[in-house]
Design a protein around this ligand. Structure first.
Ligand SMILES: NC(=O)c1ccc[n+]([C@@H]2O[C@H](COP(=O)([O-])OP(=O)(O)OC[C@H]3O[C@@H](n4cnc5c(N)ncnc54)[C@H](O)[C@@H]3O)[C@@H](O)[C@H]2O)c1
Length: 260
């Protein structure tokens, strides 16, 4: 996909899905802003993508997306370095899983702060630059857990909030030629899912119609499409990237095949 003359910022891009999204933008010719919590993380990502840290087309900034001052400083740095922003991908996210009956207020707030308030803050601070783009794009990373998942009350609520925010911004920002969409990944192989037990992993793989976990590239390609010129009339949409996991339960029918 061609991203020549586009400037793209991806939060949480030191590793995992965010790193792969940033790589696709870079390979498509974009100026790329890597954003993550640590200096080592953003430097390593810039080096991995561009092969050198002095490449003019890539810049790494540390930022905690849950911290309003940090986000304000990030977009000031982006303005100073590139003077514009065309694509914002809100990918930074965390989990703090546990059954609701034992969920602490701290774990609830932490997840909401990073996943939902972090997305709000970046959209809010990025808007001044994005509005000036002739074809601005916001792509938010939600999750199929947005519709509920045992042990993820905090995470599900945060990702459902991201969907509501996405749809509302799509309505409010269309007048600025800005599209706002989301992707909802299913079970994707990253460090986030490495924490899942072998038993839980087997459970999910059995449930996925495609019979495999997703890759970071599977998700990054969907994000890149929504951020591209080809998706200019798509806004307020949530694209599930999950090998069919979200499709409502199917019941066996007598087809003579294994279907169902
Ligand atoms: N892996 C999956 O199966 C899966 C499924 C559905 C949705 N997602 C979502 O995809 C996104 C990326 O997930 P991943 O699997 O690549 O996770 P990951 O843990 O591998 O990477 C997340 C990145 O975000 C960064 N980050 C965390 N908190 C931050 C903060 N406050 N400020 C800035 N950066 C921060 C981390 O340092 C890390 O580099 C997340 O929003 C996640 O919720 C992942």
């Amino acid at each position: 996909m061609d991203f020549t003359d586009r400037t793209a910022l991806v939060t949480g891009s030191a590793r995992g899905i965010g790193l792969e999204i940033a790589r696709l933008f870079y390979e498509g010719g974009a100026e790329v802003v890597i954003v993550d919590l640590t200096q080592e993380g953003v430097e390593a990502a810039c080096k991995e993508i561009a092969g050198a840290t002095d490449d003019e087309r890539i810049a790494g900034f540390t930022c905690d997306v849950a911290d309003p001052d940090s986000v304000w400083a990030l977009f000031r740095s982006v303005k100073h370095r590139f003077g514009k922003l065309d694509i914002l991908v809100n990918n930074a996210g965390i989990t703090r899983d546990g059954l609701f009956a034992r969920m602490t207020l701290e774990s609830w707030k932490k997840v909401i702060d990073v996943n939902l308030t972090g997305t709000y803050l970046c959209c809010r601070q990025g808007l001044a630059l994005l509005r000036k783009s002739p074809a601005g794009r916001i792509v938010n990373v939600s999750s199929i857990s947005a519709s509920g998942n045992i042990g993820q009350a905090n995470y599900s609520a945060s990702k459902a909030g991201v969907v509501g925010l996405t749809k509302t911004l799509a309505l409010e920002l269309a007048r600025y030629h800005l599209t706002v969409n989301a992707v909802a990944p299913g079970f994707i192989d990253t460090e986030m899912t490495e924490a899942v037990s072998d038993e839980a992993r087997k459970f999910w793989l059995d449930k996925i119609p495609a019979k495999r976990a997703g890759t970071t590239t599977d998700v990054a390609r969907a994000v890149a499409f929504l951020a591209s010129g080809d998706a200019s009339y798509i806004t307020g949409e949530v694209v599930e990237v999950d090998g069919g996991l979200h499709v409502p339960k199917q019941f066996p029918v007598r087809t003579g095949t294994e279907a169902g």
